[in-house]
Write a protein that binds this ligand. Structure first.
Ligand code: SF4
Length: 414
């Protein structure tokens, strides 16, 4: 096994751990933001109901800002206040409520997991982080730790993006924070420092600190409750690494948690030297031709044809205008032809490529795809009586479109 990193990157002094816990919890009690899931978790006497409330919030908060989540969360809890209620919902209802929140598989898996708890676990949530992760689809190590510590009081740490930043700064960890070895060490540190009496509050306090004080670009170190335990700040003030009594210095270049020798501490960056990540992969570029087919509805209002995506893969089960991936650099004329063929398959009647009007391009960034929609429009004559025969397509008014399970990208297209 590789040698453990020098102790200066870890928390090994019990008095220092105590001070960290005390300072952080006192600050959290005074400064925490009022958030609906926190209120629910603090006031709900039933542990399983608490767990459900935390679970929903944690899944929504993955990849999404708190301000956006609040409204979705409140609507979700109003519609499905319990796990049992969610287990009875249809995927279509889940997708409709989730529309606009992105990463749609999150809602789907949440609902699948609720069904599993009801049908296979007699309606009882697993109560430890290990069981939550093992038994519930879509629940990873972080979400399991959050549910177990906040709802069931298990003394287990959590590591999310905010905690990574705080821990890397507290302990001057400058090796690639997304690498498996550093990730394992961060979990070990989080488990070592979590407060044994108030693990849920401690974990939320760490995340809150990262979200409001120890922020990525301009951290508010002067107001930070744990500045005395922060080695990055000490290093910035001293201009050199903090001498730690009885602890060996890191060897240049071979410490698994120090910045790589080729990219040493940069004094102009101060505490934001940490954390460091390997360069992100560029998102892949993709093009999709899409057509807004429009007809006059019975009251003269325009109606649009939407079709359902396959039940797996990107945007699974969501509705969209008939769309087709096209190769980069495909000629305009050819693009119209393939799109016209695709429309014909939905409509069951020939579509003239020349009738498609090019409207413009819409760019939407998914996490790993830089997607360009090439948008065409095809207004159909007023007397079109053709109705979609398939359950995978339907005509909707603009209002119905907005209320359907459609992605943000399609709303931009409209
Ligand atoms: Fe973050 Fe600054 Fe606090 Fe250190 S002192 S934890 S860098 S805000």
């Amino acid at each position: 096994a590789p040698a453990p990193p020098p102790a200066q990157h870890l928390f090994s002094d019990p008095a220092e751990i105590q001070a960290l816990r005390g300072n952080l919890l006192a600050w959290y009690d005074k400064c925490k933001r009022d958030l609906p899931w926190r209120t629910l978790a603090a006031t709900e006497p039933d542990a399983d109901r608490r767990a459900y409330a935390v679970w929903v919030s944690e899944i929504m908060l993955q990849q999404t800002q708190v301000a956006t989540v609040i409204d979705y969360y409140n609507r979700w809890m109003q519609k499905w206040p319990t796990l049992q209620a969610l287990a009875q919902a249809s995927l279509e209802e889940v997708n409709e409520l989730w529309a606009g929140l992105g990463y749609y598989s999150r809602g789907k898996r949440l609902q699948e997991a609720a069904k599993k708890v009801v049908s296979e676990l007699a309606g009882r949530m697993p109560r430890t982080a290990e069981d939550l992760q093992k038994l519930l689809p879509g629940v990873g190590r972080y979400t399991a730790g959050a549910i177990a510590s906040i709802s069931y009081g298990q003394a287990t740490g959590v590591v999310d993006g905010n905690v990574v930043r705080v821990l890397c700064r507290l302990r001057c960890i400058g090796a690639d924070s997304s690498s498996p070895a550093v990730t394992d060490w961060l979990w070990d540190i989080a488990n070592a420092v979590v407060d044994r009496r108030r693990p849920g509050d401690f974990n939320q306090a760490m995340m809150e600190l990262g979200a409001t004080v120890c922020v990525p670009k301009a951290p508010l170190c002067g107001e930070c409750p744990v500045k005395k335990q922060c080695r990055a700040r000490q290093r910035k003030l001293l201009g050199k690494p903090t001498p730690v009594p009885d602890v060996e210095d890191c060897g240049v270049g071979d410490c698994p948690l120090c910045p790589p020798a080729a990219e040493p501490w940069d004094s102009s960056l101060g505490v934001t030297n940490f954390p460091r990540k390997a360069a992100k992969k560029q998102p892949r570029a993709a093009r999709t031709a899409t057509c807004v087919l429009e007809r006059r509805g019975c009251h003269g209002a325009p109606e649009y044809l939407i079709v359902q995506r396959p039940s797996s893969g990107l945007l699974a089960g969501l509705w969209e205008f008939p769309s087709l991936p096209v190769a980069q650099g495909l000629q305009e004329e050819k693009q119209r032809e393939v799109l016209a063929d695709h429309l014909q398959a939905w409509m069951g009647q020939p579509v003239a490529a020349g009738g498609l009007q090019f409207i413009g391009e819409v760019v939407h960034i998914f996490s790993h795809i830089h997607q360009t929609y090439v948008v065409y429009s095809l207004p159909l004559d007023g007397d079109v009586t053709w109705d979609s025969a398939s359950s995978l397509s339907r005509w909707v008014t603009e209002e119905e479109f907005q209320a359907s399970a459609v992605s943000t990208a399609m709303k931009k297209v409209l």
